[in-house]
Design a protein around this ligand. Structure first.
Ligand code: C2E
Ligand code: CA
Ligand code: CA
Length: 571
């Protein structure tokens, strides 16, 4: 979204310049006399012709007025003052001023008056040439407009927004303002998946919202890619209204993808601060909102800066980390609750950063999702998992399946089925050994697409696990529509650790429903013996959690499998 004048724009300007040549030359000469603020001799007819009247008389018959009627009062006073000052300061009486006047249709014209003033016995006589330079003015306006307007949305671009905020704040020194930035979650992904034109359509969709907002003392702009900015009087109502309206608007955009928007707010305290700094701070708050799962709108505070520096380190180093083998895959075993034997594992990634040390996935996965890089990392984890399974089989064992996490972003890559199928073929392992964990929130992003994808993955022979089941709002609908094989229920979502009270009832109901649907349940986050016992009593099938085992290295998991096979429980 660079500020450039397009080729068509340049041609238009050149054409305006062509027209200009004839126009200026055809303009006119005037002479008038002035005494004690009264015009004695009026402007010549050619001046009136420039304003679209035939003569002074026709101007009078149309308006019954004076030349001042053509000139805005404030503008008139300014021009008069300027002429008097210029004439006084000029040693030889020459002066030049620029002013605006309205033609007979009410359109503004820009004039340049070059004149000479002399004093004749108390009468001031002005002899001047007044040129109508409206085409130049229009050309300048058009250029300014082009240079300060965003091509896609028609909203003010960054420079014009900054100027508008500066003048808004200085015109109303007693009003507290805030700057809010908004951006579209994973806009890059939307562009990649649905094409630039869809991306632009989405931007125009928001652009027309801002163009039609009717709120006093507010300005809006589109400053970069998918980033919109607002400045308005700071109060809870305004902020909440913008957040709600824009969220609703985002959800109403007709696309097979749930569009989400997030907001960052900076309350202007120091009005002398450059507007760019105010906007940067709102953007930092926005990035904070983007890096957390739950906050839609964050306000700037000093802690925000540090968090974002951390995030930038991740972005700068994430790709090299893959080449340097800094991502490590751990396996967290899953247990049959009845027999307490290992029935498989989940592959969980870790990052051994050379300077930052151990970075847990919660810190870098959301960043990788926002940049789209997660697809590469996930493919790496899937491949490592397949290698491990191959290795076990090469040693003559029949390892239980391992589930891998499939990010909601991965699901939008059209080649995902092909990529997964290729992996199991390459390592020559049965497809059922590589299980796929898909989160419930991915289903909420785009239910239809998910149903179709899961159906196809099923046809390929993959087992699908519904991860984080119960964390969203559409769990029951999803159970009805989505052909998943197994539910993963996170005990940490439920009150009281899930072993009693409402949490316990919810778990046992879910286990009951899934039994009827012939869909096994695995409880995640099992931390205590009490929880494990409770799960057994309600006939939950499987468990995974620190009570049984933390995620362990490949070597350790290999040993656990070995111990399980030989029946020794020493590990
Ligand atoms: P998840 O898929 O729900 O994974 C389970 C998380 O719970 C893991 O955290 C695991 O270490 C943790 N956990 C397991 N048992 C317990 C327990 O008893 N108590 C507690 N408090 N926690 C337990 P981890 O490894 O930090 O992963 C966090 C999240 O990051 C994962 O949640 C998953 O969403 C994501 N993630 C991890 N690895 C990958 C990956 O390779 N690809 C993708 N796309 N996401 C991943
Ligand atoms: Ca998982
Ligand atoms: Ca989970």
């Amino acid at each position: 979204m660079e500020e450039e004048i397009s080729a068509a724009g340049v041609n238009e300007i050149l054409k305006d310049a062509e027209d200009l040549k004839g126009h200026v030359l055809s303009n006119s000469y005037v002479e008038y006399e002035w005494k004690d603020c009264r015009i004695l001799r009026d402007y010549s007819d050619s001046f009136w012709r420039m304003l679209g009247y035939k003569s002074r008389e026709s101007f009078q018959s149309d308006t019954d007025g004076h030349v001042i009627l053509c000139i805005d009062r404030v503008e008139g006073l300014r021009v008069r003052g300027e002429i008097e000052k210029a004439a006084k300061n000029s040693p030889d009486g020459f002066y030049q001023v620029v002013f605006f006047a309205k033609d007979h249709c009410g359109q503004n014209h820009e004039f340049v008056e070059c004149g000479h003033v002399e004093n004749d016995n108390g009468t001031t006589i002005y002899r001047a040439q007044i040129l109508d330079v409206t085409p130049i003015y229009k050309m300048r306006e058009a250029m300014t407009h082009r240079l300060t307007t965003d091509d896609v949305t028609g909203l003010p671009n960054m420079d014009r927004f900054y100027q508008a905020v500066r003048s808004l704040i200085s015109q109303h020194p007693d009003v507290p303002f805030e700057i809010m930035t908004m951006d579209i979650d994973r806009f890059r992904v939307i562009n990649d998946l649905f094409g630039m034109e869809t991306g632009n359509r989405l931007l125009r969709f928001f652009g027309s919202f801002f163009a039609n907002v009717n709120l006093a003392m507010s300005v809006f702009g589109h400053i970069h890619a998918d980033k919109f900015v607002m400045c308005y009087p700071s109060n809870e109502t305004n902020r909440a209204r913008f957040v709600q309206s824009l969220q609703r608007l985002a959800e109403s955009f007709p696309l097979d993808y749930r569009i989400m928007v997030r907001f960052g707010v900076y309350c202007v305290r120091d009005t002398e601060q450059p507007v760019s700094v105010m906007c940067d701070r709102a953007s930092l708050a926005l990035r904070k909102a983007k890096s957390t799962k739950d906050d839609v709108c964050c306000e700037y505070d000093e802690g925000v800066r540090q968090r974002l520096l951390d995030e930038q380190i991740i972005i700068n180093t994430m790709e090299n980390a893959l080449h340097n083998n800094e991502y490590v895959v751990l396996y967290q075993p899953k247990f049959d609750l009845k027999t307490e034997r290992v029935v498989g594992a989940e592959a969980l990634v870790r990052w051994q950063h050379p300077t930052e040390g151990f970075v847990p996935p919660g810190r870098f996965i959301p960043v990788l999702e926002n940049t789209g890089f997660i697809y590469k990392l996930d493919q790496y984890v899937w491949e490592k998992t397949c290698q491990f399974l191959r290795d076990e089989r090469d040693k003559g064992y029949t390892p239980p399946p391992i589930s891998v996490n499939v990010s909601r972003i991965d699901l939008y890559h059209r080649d995902i089925i092909h990529v997964l199928a290729l992996l199991v073929t390459k390592y020559d392992i049965p497809t059922r050994l590589l299980e796929l964990e898909i989160t419930e929130s991915a289903y909420m992003d785009n239910p239809e697409q998910m149903i179709s994808l899961v159906t196809k993955l099923h046809e390929e022979g993959f087992t699908i696990l519904m991860d984080d089941f119960g964390s969203g709002y559409s769990s029951l609908n999803m159970l009805r529509d989505l052909p998943v094989d197994l539910l993963k229920l996170d005990l940490r979502f439920l009150e009281n650790g899930g072993s009693d009270g409402r949490g316990g009832s919810i778990i046992s109901s879910i286990v009951g429903i899934s039994e009827q649907l012939n869909m096994p349940v695995i409880a995640e986050g099992v931390e205590t013996r009490t929880q494990a016992d409770f799960l057994r009593t309600i006939k939950c099938d499987y468990g995974q959690g620190f009570y049984f085992s933390r995620p362990v290295s490949e070597e350790k998991y290999r040993q656990m499998l070995m111990a399980d096979r030989t029946g020794s429980k020493t590990v």
